[in-house]
Design a protein around this ligand. Structure first.
Ligand code: NAD
Length: 499
């Protein structure tokens, strides 16, 4: 079995803490590697390397830094298949989905090629007599990021690309479930011309995270993961004076109005509810049809589509719709939630509990589930399940549907399916959620906009990627300068008047 490493100061480094976590192939259930779990001393070593390398990197002009990003994009394209395969092997998602994971990260790297433009400061000429004023954006120093298992390529790139383009050094603590792709990304950044020590990968769990929070030299922390951990890191990180942004969990509602195209809505729910086995923070986990007739029609459209879903390993060919979930513990938790839904009175319309795949009996596969007549007091409504389980909550009218999305404590994404522009506009304006889809089920903003939820889905002020990332990874310095004019009548500096 392979022992994975950390990546520090340009080299793969074996763990020294003596602690490891198993990395599974979720399709077979086999342990395929062990990942070292760093302690505070190992984290400190990475911070020392980063702090030594960062000032020189910050002094490299932004255009040259951007060229590293350009080359990195080229290398991501070159290695796309290799990255996707490594990602699927540890995460379980299908190969096209894994390539999409890399692609959505790559698009943020492309945005960061605009660093010279994005880092331009502001200037006021003649703010007073002989006075000019200008603001510049300077790098923070050493930054750190803690990422979840579900997008092991995209989310690390969302963090390290802008941080590094701004002139920072970055320490990535990826998920211990699927650490191989982050290690590959660090190697590729160096192949693209990044100096040693500017991007390091330190693997670990809570101990490594706490070492990040407690380290004086680390200036900022980016986190993406579940809400309780987001809240913990935000609170503890801020109290240490760090700049912190934490993105948490989700419970995304999709409202289906009576005038919606029902086939489109059902297709959208299949992709957004069951794609990637429901392990997306932008997955739709609650469908809210408006009116009993809409609900009945929706269920009728969903059932055959769900029955036709093909669940299988990433090696199973292009017609596999989704793969296993990430761990046996995740599978057990999803099935426990399904049992609680039944016990609390929801109607299980599609039951995936007995799903099993010949030849992959030990894999962490979960069949698709559909619940109808879910109510807001049930655990399956209140909690994030992060699996292929869709709940239908019937609303009697639009206001009731809107109130459901508004009253839920999570506010990452939401969608409305309708042909009525008035309803769509009203929904987008009033709903207290960060990312809205109108006849779009997974409204993930593109790289040049920003990504972030509201309510318990986020802790902090600035969003991920887009212009916010360049604000998060820099601080503003404003200079007021006065140069009293030496140009006086008769002074030697005077121009000779032209005849
Ligand atoms: P997680 O919270 O278990 O882990 C995220 C990271 O935190 C990992 O690197 C992990 O090692 C670390 N961690 C775990 N327990 C910790 C602890 N007690 N103390 C300190 N650090 C700890 O999340 P996950 O299971 O990897 O990812 C799934 C979650 O991420 C879901 O809730 C999903 O909604 C959320 N997510 C949110 C977004 C977003 O942008 N809002 C995007 C992707 C995923």
């Amino acid at each position: 079995m392979q022992d994975l490493t950390h990546y520090m100061n340009g080299a793969h480094v074996a763990g020294t803490s003596g602690r490891f976590a198993d990395v599974f192939n979720p399709a077979t259930g086999e342990v395929q590697a062990r990942v070292p779990l760093a302690n505070a001393a190992e984290m400190d070593q990475a911070v020392q390397f980063a702090a030594a390398a960062q000032p020189k990197w910050a002094a490299v002009n932004p255009q040259r830094r951007a060229r590293v990003m350009m080359k990195f994009v080229e290398l991501l394209h070159r290695d796309m298949d290799k990255l996707a395969e490594a990602l699927s092997r540890e995460h379980g998602k299908t190969l096209p989905d894994a390539a999409g994971d890399v692609q959505r990260g790559l698009e943020v790297v492309e945005y960061c090629i605009g660093a010279p433009q994005l880092l331009k400061g502001e200037f006021t000429d003649g703010a007073g007599p002989g006075i000019d004023m200008y603001s510049m954006r300077q790098a923070l120093g050493v930054c750190a990021g803690i990422t979840p298992f579900n997008f092991p390529a995209m989310i690390p790139m969302w963090m390290f690309a802008p941080a590094i383009a701004c002139g920072n050094a970055f320490i990535l603590k990826p998920s211990e479930r699927d650490p191989s792709v982050p290690l590959m990304l660090a190697e590729l950044m160096e192949e693209a011309g990044l100096p040693k020590g500017i991007l390091q990968v330190v693997n670990g769990d809570k101990e490594a995270v706490d070492a990040i929070i407690d380290h004086d030299v680390i200036q900022s922390i980016g986190f993406v993961g579940s809400t309780p951990i987001a809240e913990y890191i935000y609170g503890r990180g801020c109290s240490q004076g760090k700049r912190v942004q934490c993105f948490g969990g989700a419970k995304n509602h999709m409202i289906i109005m009576p005038d919606a195209d029902m086939d489109q809505a059902a297709d959208a729910l299949i992709g957004a509810g069951y794609g990637a086995a429901g392990e997306r923070c932008m997955a739709i986990s609650v469908a809210v049809p408006v009116g009993e007739e809409t609900a009945d029609k929706l269920i009728e459209k969903l059932k055959p589509r769900i029955d036709a879903l093909k669940v299988g390993p990433y090696t199973g060919g292009n017609d596999v719709d989704y793969g296993p979930v990430v761990t046996a513990a995740a599978k057990a938790n999803i099935l426990k939630m399904v049992e609680s839904g039944i016990a609390q009175g929801a109607e299980l319309v599609v039951d995936g509990r007995d799903f099993s795949l010949q030849g992959y009996e030990e894999g962490f596969f979960v069949g698709p589930h559909l619940f109808d007549r879910v109510t807001t007091d049930m655990d399956i409504y209140q909690k994030e399940i992060f699996g292929p389980v869709l709940s239908v909550v019937r609303a009697q009218d639009y206001e009731e549907a809107l109130a459901l999305a508004m009253d839920h404590e999570m506010g990452n994404g939401t969608a409305i399916y309708t042909r009525d522009g008035d309803a769509a506009r009203d929904f987008a304006n009033r709903v207290n959620v960060g990312m809205i889809g109108i006849n779009v089920p997974i409204p993930v903003p593109l790289a040049y906009h920003t990504f972030g939820g509201w309510k318990k889905s986020v802790f902090g002020d600035l969003n991920q990627h887009g212009p916010d990332a360049f604000k998060f990874y820099t601080r503003t310095k404003t200079v007021t300068s006065r140069w009293p004019s030496g140009i006086k009548d008769g002074a030697a500096l005077n121009f000779k008047p032209m005849d």
